[in-house]
Design a protein around this ligand. Sequence first.
Ligand code: GDP
Length: 463
Amino acid sequence: MPRHLTHELRNLLDRGRDRQLRLAVTGLSRAGKTAFLTSLVNQLRHAGIDARLDLLKSAREERLLGAQRISQPDLGIPRFPYDEAIASLESTPPRWPEPTRGISELRLQLRYKTRRVRGLLGDTATLTLDLIDYPGEWLLDLPLLEHDFLSWSESQLRRTGPERQQHAEAWRTAVARHRPDEEVDESRLAELADLYATSLRRAREAGFSHLQPGRFLLPGDLQGAPVLQFFPLPGVGEPDRQALEALPAHSLYQTLKKRFRFYQQHVVKPFYREHFRRFDRQIVLVDVLGALNAGPERFEDLSDALATLMRSFDYGKRSLINRLFSPRIDRLAIAATKADHVTPDQHANLVALLESLLAEPIKDLRYADVPVRAFSLASIRATETREIETDGQRQPALRGHGLDGEPLLLYPGDVPDRLPENEFWQRQGFDFTAFRPVPCRSQALPHIRMDAALEWLMGDKLR
Ligand code: GDP
């Protein structure tokens, strides 16, 4: 076969192999998943027109021709509500999109020109990009697979600190009225489970993140199903195991144990088996600035939650996830979102803080040879940078509009470049204000470093 033909054939085969990419986006509630995915689709749709994507090589080289939505392969999964999100951003006054609450998906087809040697442009090629958005809370359930009901129960009740106990007061009082050997009817079980779920929701509203089971907060399509009607049992532990195991099938203990197992087998495992295992790339979004604003206890709790969440990406040979599911994610990004809430001189600190928050998981990932990179970004930039003069000194500041439309000009404060110590919290030198999105009217959404994240997550597939 002539040389140029074998070359063409190899190109074709290479491209055949790379024609698809499943990119997953996750993060805890309000981390900014909906904003990120909306912006990602919007930037790619506006590539080559008015999107500013200089850090995405294929766009800079003018090889990215555009992106079209095509119908998604998994008909059983809700479609990511892109049009609704854009409609919110384009309304008057602009509104943030409604956050998604379960898994959703959207498929894009990208067209680009391949690169040839000596900078010549090659043929037109396509990449099918599946974008999947799912709640980070679901990943908090992975360690639950290491437990049986009794050990899980103990681990949950150990975790509750004084402030979190306060949110669980009503459930604790109610559950204390029942013995593990008692037969409890369906409706009472549902009531108790509801009180437990309410205690988790209250803790979340108060800013806590490390909450389990994840589906109790974001049930997706399981709302109200009996599989979500269980809770840990206070007052029992390992020494009681034998006696508890001997209880009849209708006892409270045995009923809860059965439901716990069902949750493991029919809720947690299927998500990993049917979805997670098929992701190629992943970005984990973290609202670091929100946690800084919420104070030391919440910050610490976020750090715990992230350590748990990141276990799903620990692909060391003997890790839990690898033993159970052999996933295939080969590249990971972690990103501190809403960077437009601080002045640009603080962005490097924001990345450094994110890296120290995730120091242990990042070490494990590097050891397992999973490439990971940290970013700070704003999916949808809602502020502009200005300079103001205070005491004769020029200082950067942010200009934008508050959620109620009031014009704001402020300096939100310094971001520490490592885990904050007591002194930082005492000074509490950080004031985080929510901004309204700027009107965008059919143009590409303004952003900060979305293009850098895109280059890391898919740039190699657009060569
Ligand atoms: P989700 O729950 O992870 O889907 O979070 P959302 O994407 O709904 O984001 C939660 C909130 O964070 C939004 O309603 C916005 O108020 C804010 N937000 C998200 N991304 C940005 C951003 O890039 N810039 C600014 N200023 N705010 C953002």
